[in-house]
Structures are given as C-alpha cells and as structure tokens.
Design a protein around this ligand. Structure first.
Ligand code: LM2
Ligand code: CA
Length: 493
C-alpha cells in the first residue's frame, strides 16, 4: 500500500483543496498532465453534513452523512468523468477518506445529498449505520465519550474526536460498509486514499479493512496493483501513538518535516545542517512517508497546526518547497490553496473556518486561469507557481539519483547535485552568494528554472554555463525574492 501508483516518470501529487470535480478534470488536461504531476488529492467526495454555524465552512466535509458521492465538489457522474479524463492525461486521483467518524453528535439534519441523519440516536440511514455501529461506554471510558487525553491510546481510538460519533471499525458490518465505499471508488478508477484521522483508528482494524479492498481497476493499472494509502497520523513525538504502527498499512504523513524546514527557512536553524536531512534527522524511512510543507489543516492552525510556512509567506515558502522537491527524501505533495481573509486576534485566525470561493447560492466558484498561467478568483494555485512546477519537473528528471556534491558556506547557503542530472543552489543567508561550485553535470548551458522557463530551446530567465570540469559560477543576491538557482538536464539549451 506504499507504492505510489503513478504513471511512469511522475513523482509528485498536489492537493486541490475544495476544487470541483469539473475543474480538476480540466486541470488534469490543461496543466497537471503536461507539467508532469502524478496525481491529485481531492477533498472528501462523500456526502457531508451541511454546517450553518459558521456558514458552510471547509470543515463540514470532514463530517460524513453517507457514502454517496454528492458534495459541493460535484456528483457521482462528475466524479467519474474527472477520473476518466485525468487518466487520459496520465494523472491519478487520490481520495480523502473520512471513515473514523460520522457527524458531530447531539444534532440532526440533512446532508449535501439530501440524506437525513441524526447524531442523537446515531442514525445514518444513507449507509445505513445505527447505534450498534459506534463505539460507546463499553470501550470508551471517558464518561462523556469524548477524547481528552492523547496519552491514552485506547481513548484516542475508541472515543470521539471533537465530539464526532466514532465508528467501531472492529465490527465486521462497519468494515464491510467502508470496504464497499472504497471498492466503489476503486472500480471507478481512483489510485489510492488519504485516510483522515488514522491515528484515531486501530492499525489492526485498518489492515483488516484493506484486506477487503479490491486491487486497482485493470482498465488503468497493471493487474494486482494495490491502492496507495496515505494515513494521516500526526506524530510529533511525545505521544504513545507512533507513525511506525501504521507502516504495514501504507504511508504515513510526516508532519515533523514541514515544521523543521520552516525553522530553517525562517532562519532559526542553520541550513548547513540539511546536509543530513531525511533519516539522518531521525525521521522515518523515505518509503514509509509522504512529505509536504503545509496542508489544509496546519496552514490555518487546525490539526495540530501552527508554525509551518504557507503561501502567505511566499519567499520562504517557495524556498522550502524548492528544497523539498530537489531532495531525494520522501514522496512529495504540493498544497494548492484558496485565499481567505485572515483575521488574527490574540494569535488566532477568527476566519480559519472559511470555505472556498463561492457564488451567492454557496456553490463553489470555477477556477479561473490568468494569461500568465496563475489562477484567479481567490484560488492561490501554488501548484502553478513557476518555481514550484519547474521543480516538480526537476524531481521527475533526477528521480533515482543520489544526493551528491553537497556544499555549504557553514551557515545559510547550500547547494547539492542529484547524480549527474540536476543541481540546486539555495541562498537563505540574506547576503550575496558568489561561488564556483561543482555541479556534477555534463558541460553545457542550462536554464535556471527558478528565474524562468526552458522554452523552445531557450531560457526565458537566467542561463548557467557548466564547464568541462563540471564547475559553474553562481551569483545569487541576498535580497532576491527568489534566492535559488536550479538547473537540470531536461532544461539544457
Ligand atoms: C483530522 N485529523 O485527524 C484533521 O486534522 C482535522 O482538522 C479534522 O477536523 C479531523 N481530522 C476530523 O476529520 C476538521 C476541523 C475541525 C472540525 C472537524 C469536523 O479541523 O475543526 O470540527 O473537521 O468538521 C468542527 C468544529 C468542532 C466541533 C466539530 C463537531 O470545529 O468545534 O466539535 O465540528 O461538530 C464540537
Ligand atoms: Ca476512532
């Protein structure tokens, strides 16, 4: 379950947070396919609670009502169309799966697909689930059934996360219903899953569940291919539940990664220490994890959030992302956000609930594309920033090569090669960099893919000349908005 299931030569996914299926289909065709992305993590496709206080927040999608594919991203037919069109563009779809819980308790209503639910009597007729399918006082011992103590693994897994009614995945019936949902998606053609709140489920239950899940659809994948599984486990150390408990059932989200890189690119920890980045920093094996600079939770202070870099700080954000995509450690995910009006009071963003750009009737707005390829209409589209998409291509080109020719100035200027295929120089110092460095690359002229593109055999930005001895001269002004140079053999003139 840790094999990425990408099409040949593609190695990075992007999370198109809250996008509509129809927009994702177009994005696969017009951008993600041509620019070398492996796939898209999509928002939960399962019918969710309609939350009205606050009004239609992004987080209502983390309160399932049924497994019908009916949300503000679109319906089942639109979902199917997206999967098929993305496959034609060689782009995979990874589904955000919310299976630990259903809605918040103590209320009732109608979901986005028109299905009734009742969190008082634990009735979810759209699945159907009844009170028999949830954890209760027999295995959760906190009295109010809510999680209070993260130092008690049993409580974290058997009690209610944020008071949401907690499914009993130990039950055969519950496993069957979830497996049916996953198999429905697999048969449509998805490539894998991001499992929300995996920390709150028993690893043994997840393994048993996966045992009932089909191999991927052979219209699109070689026979016998297992879905990729990305388990959301927030393990910063210091709690009894560990990432390593989940390696048997797929990859795990490495949350420490973004925090540590934020410290480096905020100049709180010297970049020279990145020489041993990866397992050398005590992080798990590269093949067991997924890495990212920020996600939809921690970019707004949810999900253990805070401290990470986001698009709100574009300069260090781009630098951290460039480093991530150049470095061999981990399987990479690029966040793609929408903008919202932050309103920070006493260190807390009062608007961190706000949903995606919407029309008057609350339907999600189309993503619009500007002439310079960036997005409009409130969509940030980090995945379309030149510095980021060109590094996605860099990663594809250097895949499989080791990190070589490390250089640093003993402080915040670093450089390294990927075999004889790519080279990156990062100046986080604040003062100028002016150095001859060994690139390991064949002689020739290369486009710096940070300051411009390789376009029709020419560089629209800076060019770098590598000599017969592999040396090249690099000059990066400390005050530059993009104090990075990256070259690779796929962008050689
Ligand atoms: C996660 N990790 O395991 C995410 O990191 C976390 O952000 C998700 O919560 C969580 N799983 C559940 O899928 C998000 C959001 C919460 C929100 C829930 C449910 O971060 O703020 O909780 O989705 O929509 C909201 C209210 C909360 C309330 C709850 C239930 O913010 O105050 O709890 O709904 O009504 C009483
Ligand atoms: Ca649970």
């Amino acid at each position: 379950y840790s094999n990425p299931t990408c099409a040949e030569g593609r190695h990075t996914i992007t999370h198109l947070f809250e996008w509509k299926w129809s927009d994702i289909a177009q994005e696969c065709e017009r951008f993600l396919g041509p620019y070398g992305y492996c796939g898209v993590q999509v928002s939960p496709p399962s019918e969710n609670r309609v939350v009205t206080s606050p009004y239609r927040p992004w987080f209502e999608r983390y309160q399932p009502v049924s497994y019908k594919l009916e949300t503000r991203s679109g319906n089942e037919q639109q979902f199917r169309d997206m999967v098929e069109r993305c496959h034609k563009a060689h782009v995979r779809i990874f589904v955000d799966l919310v299976i630990n819980h259903m809605t918040g308790s103590g209320d009732s209503g109608t979901g986005t697909g028109g299905t009734h639910w009742d969190g008082n009597s634990l009735s979810y007729p759209g699945v159907p689930y009844s009170n028999l399918d949830f954890n209760d006082g027999s295995n959760c011992h906190t009295g109010d059934l809510n999680i209070h103590n993260y130092n008690n693994a049993e409580e974290v897994r058997n009690c209610r996360l944020l008071s949401m009614v907690d499914l009993n995945l130990g039950k055969d019936y519950v496993r069957g219903k979830i497996a049916d949902y996953m198999n429905h998606l697999i048969d449509i053609g998805v490539a894998g899953f991001r499992i929300d709140a995996a920390k709150h489920m028993w690893p043994g239950d997840l393994t048993a569940l996966l045992g009932r899940v089909h191999n991927l659809n052979t219209n699109y994948f070689p026979s016998g291919t297992k879905p990729l599984v990305i388990q959301e486990v927030i393990d910063m150390g210091g709690e009894p539940i560990k990432m390593s408990e989940y390696f048997q059932s797929g990859r795990v989200t490495n949350f420490i990664y973004g925090i540590k890189l934020a410290q480096v690119f905020r100049k709180q920890n010297q970049a020279k220490f990145l020489r041993t980045w990866g397992e050398g920093w005590g992080m798990p094996n590269s093949n067991d994890i997924i890495v990212f600079i920020d996600n939809h939770d921690n970019q707004r202070g949810h999900g253990g959030g805070g401290g990470v870099l986001t698009h709100f700080e574009p300069k260090p954000y781009k630098m951290a992302t460039e480093f991530m995509l150049a470095h061999p450690y981990g399987w990479t995910r690029v966040m793609s956000s929408y903008n919202w009006d932050r309103n920070i009071q006493d260190g807390e963003d009062r608007n961190n609930w706000m949903g995606p750009p919407h029309n008057e009737d609350m339907s999600t707005k189309d993503v619009t594309i500007n002439s310079d390829m960036t997005c409009g209409g409130g969509w940030v589209c980090e995945h379309r920033w030149r510095q980021i998409y060109n590094m996605v291509a860099f990663r594809n080109v250097v895949h499989g090569t080791p990190l070589t020719h490390w250089w640093d100035n003993g402080n915040y200027q670093i450089a390294f090669a990927r075999g004889n295929k790519g080279f990156i120089v990062i100046n986080a110092e604040g003062s100028d960099l002016n150095s001859n460095l060994q690139t390991g690359l064949p002689q020739g002229t290369y486009c710096d893919v940070i300051s411009g593109n390789y376009d029709n055999g020419q560089c629209t930005g800076a060019s770098i000349h590598v000599g017969g001895d592999g040396q090249a001269h690099f000059q990066i002004s400390g005050g530059s908005e993009d104090p990075v140079i990256a070259i690779h053999i796929g962008a050689k003139v």
